[in-house]
Design a protein. Structure first.
Ligand code: GA4
Length: 331
């Protein structure tokens, strides 16, 4: 029998002050994309939470199921095979190690650039998984989710009464858009008992650097968001809907009117969680700055000028839980 040294487990982060009765966020703002009057509700949700759920989204269920089953096939293959698609530097297969700066979590994942051939070469060596099948499943899913993200961003621009409704969506539509796609698999963690039920971290608290993130998960809970009052709250899973996060870049473009939402994932003791996340980012050369119509005066920008390339470079040097925007705030 292999006995895992206790210290090997204890290296994993845990929630420092877990709430005895973690509350479920039953009032997640729900946006019905089939209703044209949803634009004001989206603005309200972005202001209050930087987070909302989307229904009637028109992303074909078959794309979602196909990708889910391909992903599960991949994650169920032997570790030695999966490691051939790694390391995640930043793209490829990663196991427990998140980013390059010492963060770890109870998670394994595949990180892909949405427009790079190179990604798929990494999968070519994996036995039992046909790289072409994964590639087409990711492509179908990502194009549908990107289309939906653009619709949401256009509704957002209209809700904010910005002259051009394409002001945000054009950044994702641009063929040089620097977007990322991630499949996260959180295996069940029966050893949670070892920690007297204290919550183990699957993916540590962080904000997303991009403009918008679109998450879909299976029916296993784990996602939590941080409310303005400082409380962490659990988001009830819903495999038929999408969850949207405001990213740091959208916070800057709205001059802080929208806040990028801090979120994290806790490990589950019995069920495995699978999530797929599209991170919509602008082209590298794009200047990220508050839109003039969202500033009160000539230059009341809260932020210094920077490009997405500069922000991304700086973000990738930070730890997961760092406040990455602080370096770009005007003093
Ligand atoms: C958070 C959002 C996306 O998952 C990601 C992550 C990236 C990574 O996993 O390589 C980062 C993290 C994310 C922000 C800070 C840096 C970079 C890990 C990390 C410690 C792909 C992204 O774009 O930024």
């Amino acid at each position: 029998m292999v006995v895992l040294a206790k210290s090997a487990i204890e290296h994993f982060p845990i929630v420092k002050n877990p709430c005895k009765f973690p509350s479920f966020f039953n009032d997640v703002p729900v946006i019905d994309l089939s209703k044209s009057d949803s634009k004001n509700l989206i603005v309200k949700a972005c202001e209050e939470f930087g987070f909302f759920k989307v229904i009637n989204h028109n992303v074909p269920m078959e794309f979602i199921s196909k990708l889910e089953s391909e992903a599960m096939k991949f994650f169920s293959s032997p570790l030695s095979e999966k490691l051939k698609a790694g390391p995640a530097d930043p793209f490829g297969y990663g196991n427990k190690k998140i980013g390059q700066n010492g963060d770890i979590g109870r998670v394994e994942y595949i990180l892909l650039s949405t427009d790079s051939e190179f990604n798929y070469q990494k999968f070519a060596s994996i036995l039992g998984v046909n790289p072409e099948t994964i590639r087409s499943a990711v492509d179908d899913y990502v194009s549908a989710v990107k289309k939906m993200s653009c619709e949401i961003l256009e509704m957002l621009a209209e809700g904010l009464k910005i002259n051009s409704k394409y002001v945000f969506s054009k950044l994702l539509i641009d063929e040089k858009s620097d977007s990322v796609f991630r499949l996260n698999h959180y295996p069940p963690c029966p050893d949670i008992q070892e920690f007297n039920g204290k919550n183990l971290i699957g993916f540590g608290e962080h904000t997303d650097p991009q403009i918008i993130s679109v998450l879909r998960s299976n029916n296993t809970s784990g996602l939590q968001i941080l409310l303005k009052d400082g409380h962490w709250i659990s988001v009830p899973p819903d495999q038929n809907s999408f969850f949207i996060n405001v990213g740091d870049s959208l916070q800057v473009m709205t001059n802080g009117r929208f806040k990028s939402v801090k979120h994290r994932v806790l490990a589950n003791s019995v069920k495995s969680r699978l999530s797929m996340i599209y991170f919509g980012g602008p082209p590298l050369t794009e200047k990220i700055a508050p839109l003039p119509s969202l500033m009160e005066g000539e230059d009341t920008s809260l932020y210094k000028e920077f490009t997405w390339f500069e922000y991304k470079n700086s973000a990738y040097k930070t730890r997961l839980s760092d406040n990455r925007l602080i370096l770009f705030e005007k003093i």
